[in-house]
Design a protein around this ligand. Sequence first.
Ligand code: HEC
Length: 90
Amino acid sequence: MKKKYFSILILGVLALTLSLVNSCATSSSLASNRSGAQLWGENCLRCHNSPSPETFSDTQWDAIVLHMQVRANLTSNEAKKIVEFLKTAN
Ligand code: HEC
């Protein structure tokens, strides 16, 4: 009898672990589907009003986003998309 409860417990823990791993996978794939404009809106307005894309030249945006990538804790993929968005809006 005890053994049965134990294996049910193990199964439960396994199922929980699997669902947690799965939910992580889902959320990170969602994040990478975001467009540069979305990422910019979600990240760059958190700490300050972001200057509009026309404010700076392409080269200036390269330097700025490199700097802000560290502040905003962005992945390099996210930063790349934001830079692309800021450059196309010029
Ligand atoms: C965690 C807070 C934070 C986030 C998120 C953040 N910034 Fe900043 N930003 C700052 C701070 C603080 C400064 C002041 C200058 C410095 O850090 O050297 C700044 C300065 C700037 C400046 C210079 C403003 C000027 O007039 O010279 C620009 C442009 C800028 N950020 C753009 C962005 C962009 C684009 C993003 C998104 C990728 C972003 N920031 C995300 C905190 C943040």
